[in-house]
Ligand binder design. Structure first.
Ligand SMILES: Nc1ncnc2c1ncn2[C@@H]1O[C@H](COP(=O)(O)OP(=O)(O)OP(=O)(O)O)[C@@H](O)[C@H]1O
Ligand SMILES: [Mg+2]
Length: 256
């Protein structure tokens, strides 16, 4: 643990200077795409402490790219954690206090909040629009895992805050909507009528905000099916392939 603390302090030195040596490691959060830690960091007054999260990547440049996306979204008013600083491999951002969506029982209200967040994110990162005003290419979140969204209890509206931009890329924004549908529908206990209602509410709300509800939901079908297929490969889970086929066949009836 001491060794880990010293390693984290060394990694944070370019961002925090002397204060890096006063950082306390509260918990290890994840060790998948990056190593993420919850920290207690001294404020500028060197008296109060503030919770922050650091992500340490293996590949150079990834932390800078994530910091850039966070800064762009933050300045557009999209709820994301504020960036404290970054190096090519280390990102330091503020902690968001609240439950992670993965740990909550989804409701249609929550699903709509996620759709609202996603739509504002796509608008902020958007680049090209078709004639009807729909975004055709935008910065995608690229990982709609429900562990990447937190209800920000410090905000009056308790809005959804997106925290993970390590996989952001350019593409069709409806890819995120298709993956979001898959994540909500399959979230345990998955495939129940309640989950279906939430997943449909998510797609409908996104379509409503995009001003093209009738166009969005038929187009999301392909992306949702692909999202199930991708997970089948990652997890080596043939059941997700069966679900891909079922969702493709049931798509219209899901929305009736
Ligand atoms: N700013 C934050 N505020 C609160 N919790 C956070 C914050 N950043 C990360 N977390 C917590 O740490 C976990 C991992 O963070 P994040 O998703 O950014 O890293 P990751 O490397 O992509 O990990 P994973 O592969 O598990 O998604 C999140 O699921 C969340 O519980
Ligand atoms: Mg994540």
């Amino acid at each position: 643990m001491r060794c880990e603390r010293d390693e984290i302090a060394t990694a944070l030195w370019p961002i925090l200077g002397e204060k890096a040596w006063d950082v306390r490691v509260v918990a290890a959060l994840s060790a998948k795409k990056s190593r993420a830690f919850l920290l207690s960091v001294l404020e500028c007054d060197c008296v109060r402490r503030c919770p922050m999260v650091t992500k340490i990547y293996k590949d150079e440049g990834r932390a800078f790219r994530e910091a850039e996306v966070l800064a762009r979204l933050g300045s557009a008013g999209v709820p994301v954690p504020a960036v404290v600083g970054a190096t090519p491999t280390v990102l330091l951002r503020r902690y968001i206090d609240g439950p992670v969506l993965r740990d909550l029982d989804c409701t249609p209200v929550l699903a709509r909040k996620l759709a609202t967040w996603l739509h504002s994110c796509h608008v902020a990162l958007g680049s090209a629009r078709a004639e009807d005003g729909m975004l055709t290419r935008a910065g995608l979140v690229g990982d709609m895992n429900l562990g990447n969204f937190i209800i920000d209890m410090a905000q009056a509206g308790q809005d959804v805050c997106g925290i993970d931009f390590g996989d952001t890329r350019i593409g069709d924004p409806l890819e995120d909507v298709g993956e979001g549908f898959m994540r909500i529908f399959s979230h345990g206990p998955g495939y129940t009528p309640d989950r279906r209602e939430c997943a449909v509410a998510f797609v409908r709300e996104y379509g409503r905000l995009a001003g093209a509800e009738d166009r969005v939901w038929p187009e999301v079908q392909r992306h949702a099916v692909e999202a199930f297929r991708r997970v089948a490969i990652w997890r080596g889970d043939p059941f997700m392939n069966d679900m891909a086929e079922a969702v493709g066949k049931m798509w219209i009836s899901l929305f009736l």
